[in-house]
Unconditional design. Structure first.
Length: 221
């Protein structure tokens, strides 16, 4: 076995050349590492963005379906108010018809907020998503209120033979009308934000298709 002795460096020029080779090697290694890291970040950013856009597209489809029922929902409430005013004492009605109001989703946004990827979004884009999801949160509240309102209304109609329950119907109808107006105002603003972000409705993410004219049918039909 032969042991090769380290050759002494002859002169500063040779020494500088050796150092330069080492430095270049380190720079290449670091650059390669940074490139790998940047590709990973870019992929993560794209995945986070796509998840939010997909979620908002599904939410938009649910919102548009809800808004498409508004005219007939208001007509249904007018029918119920008329029934309350004209039905004979001791009458009651089992009214199963109510708007199909699907809950909205924000899981992708919750994950995105804790992801370092969002830091690589431009400020304007971050604000767009934050504002859109603020509207989603508000819309969800209006949906919960409206869903509960319709449950209470149906219960009062089913027990309207009791004077105390029948007396609640007109108030619950008025509250339902107010809830619809609140939802319409908020969802309209949200749709404008989604338009600005070029996010279309993804109807494949609807739980089911509904007959939006069902609410316009006469009571008991």
């Amino acid at each position: 076995m032969h042991v090769h002795k380290i050759k002494p460096v002859h002169g500063w020029r040779e020494f500088a050349s050796e150092v330069m080779i080492i430095v270049i090697g380190i720079v290449i290694a670091l650059a390669g590492e940074q490139m790998v890291e940047w590709n990973h970040i870019r992929t993560t950013v794209a995945e986070v963005r796509e998840a939010m856009r997909t979620e908002l597209g599904g939410n938009r489809a649910r919102i548009e379906q809800g808004r498409s029922q508004t005219k007939c929902a208001l007509s249904r409430l007018d029918m119920l108010d008329h029934w309350t005013a004209t039905a004979t004492t001791g009458s009651r009605t089992f009214e199963p018809t109510a708007p199909a109001l699907w809950n909205l989703h924000s899981s992708a946004w919750e994950v995105a907020k804790t992801s370092a990827a969002v830091a690589h979004f431009g400020l304007a884009e971050r604000l767009q998503y934050a504002n859109a999801y603020d509207s989603v949160t508000n819309e969800q509240k209006y949906l919960f209120d409206e869903q509960e309102n319709w449950r209470q209304l149906r219960a009062s109609l089913a027990t309207a033979n009791e004077p105390s329950n029948r007396a609640q119907i007109s108030r619950e109808v008025a509250l339902a009308q107010l809830n619809i107006q609140n939802r319409q105002d908020n969802s309209g603003a949200l749709l404008k934000r989604l338009d600005a972000m070029h996010i279309a409705a993804d109807r494949t993410r609807l739980p089911q298709q509904v007959d939006v004219t069902g609410l316009c049918k006469p009571l008991g039909a």
